[in-house]
Design a protein around this ligand. Structure first.
Ligand code: ATP
Ligand code: BTN
Length: 330
């Protein structure tokens, strides 16, 4: 952690050159201190050009999260939300799980400019990039126990789909249990961590990573087909109508709506809608089992608890999300 790195990056966000001398004067430090802070940015994966005689510059202007714009995009229900914007954190899910254990209120949200240890399911890595992806988590407290939350992770996929549709990103689909795909490439992922007793009150930390405008080298570091909003839609990313803050506010609004509905009706309340977004309905798929086996079949539906129904050579089989991955066969 270097306390000057983010203040400097905020100035560089305009995409223009800023000389070491100007930055040093502005922050009342030496040019060497500025250089160290820029090194830390590079260490975080942020490319900063350093040109003798001209100073420092980012490859292009970057979109900086703006809390007021997030609240504005949430709209009438903004008072409900406690939004915390973090510069650098290992994982917003881990951060909010720790905050939840210390009593953080219902509907707390943590969003990060940079995640240094973004997590996917089962210890996998989620890759993000400053100004190019949205990474956030929302804490939702339930009166019911964790045992009653089956299907929650699918319901969250519905909220993401509603938000994307509201922002005119129409080509997205859901891959069971909850990846968001466009043309078979992953646009967004959802990770839910649960806290509390199986039968007592519980809390869910709902994390999502959404790609907005990833640099080429970041795409290359992801080990499966991935896409971002810039490539997957005609929506102009980082313009006044659509940026990280607007995306976050819109997603939070739809998450709260879906979660309230889920509290009343469970996954059944959104099952039909989930199926309308399903990428592989009635298609051949391969299920990757935790013991390394593969099971092939045709997806025929989703049960009321979010379990995937697949017609296989051995008859209809039921798959629950925890340890199983779905892959298309095409
Ligand atoms: P499944 O959810 O079906 O089990 P998955 O392979 O998508 O499978 P997840 O744990 O959901 O696995 O997501 C983590 C995976 O997502 C990583 O292993 C990587 O392949 C991919 N990934 C990481 N970062 C990104 C990103 N920014 N955009 C798209 N995909 C990413
Ligand atoms: C997946 O597809 O496996 C889930 C990826 C979830 C990534 C998000 S980014 C914000 C939150 N913090 C994390 O460490 N993970 C989730």
């Amino acid at each position: 952690m270097n306390t000057l790195t983010f203040p400097i990056l905020r100035l560089l966000a305009d995409g223009q050159f800023h000389s070491g001398e100007t930055l040093a004067t502005k922050f009342g430090v030496t040019r060497a201190t500025i250089w160290n802070a820029v090194q830390h940015a590079q260490h975080l994966g942020v490319e900063v050009f350093s040109v003798r005689g001209r100073g420092y510059k980012l490859p292009k202007p970057i979109d900086w999260l703006d809390k007021e714009a997030v609240l504005q995009a949430i709209g009438a229900e903004r008072e409900w939300f406690q939004v915390e914007v973090l510069d650098e954190v290992a994982s917003t899910n881990t951060y909010l799980m720790q905050a939840a254990a210390k009593g953080a209120p219902h509907v707390s949200c943590a969003v990060a400019h940079i995640q240094t240890g973004g997590r996917g399911r089962r210890g996998r890595t989620w890759i993000s990039h400053l100004g190019a992806s949205l990474t956030f988590s929302l804490l939702w407290r339930f009166d019911c126990g964790a045992a009653a939350l089956s299907g929650l992770s699918l319901a969250i996929g519905v909220a993401l789909m509603r938000a994307l549709n509201a922002l005119d990103i129409k080509s997205a689909k859901l891959k069971w249990p909850n990846d968001v795909l466009v043309d078979g490439k992953k646009l967004a992922g959802i990770l839910i961590d649960l806290h509390g007793d199986l039968d007592g009150p519980s809390a869910a930390v709902i994390g999502a990573g959404i790609n907005l405008d990833l640099p080429k080298q970041v795409f290359e570091s992801i080990d499966q087909p991935a896409t971002d909003i810039k490539h997957a839609s005609h929506v102009d990313v980082n313009h006044t109508g659509m940026n990280q803050s607007i995306l976050l506010g819109t997603v939070l609004k739809h998450l709260a709506e879906v979660l309230r509905h889920f509290e009343q009706h469970g996954f059944m309340g959104v099952r039909d809608e989930w199926l309308s977004y399903h990428a592989y309905h009635n298609q051949s798929v391969r299920m990757l089992m935790p013991d390394g086996r593969d099971v092939e079949g045709v997806v025929t539906g989703i049960a009321e608890d979010g379990i995937l129904l697949v017609e296989t050579a051995l008859g209809l089989q039921r798959f629950s999300a925890g340890e199983i991955s779905l892959r298309s066969i095409n």
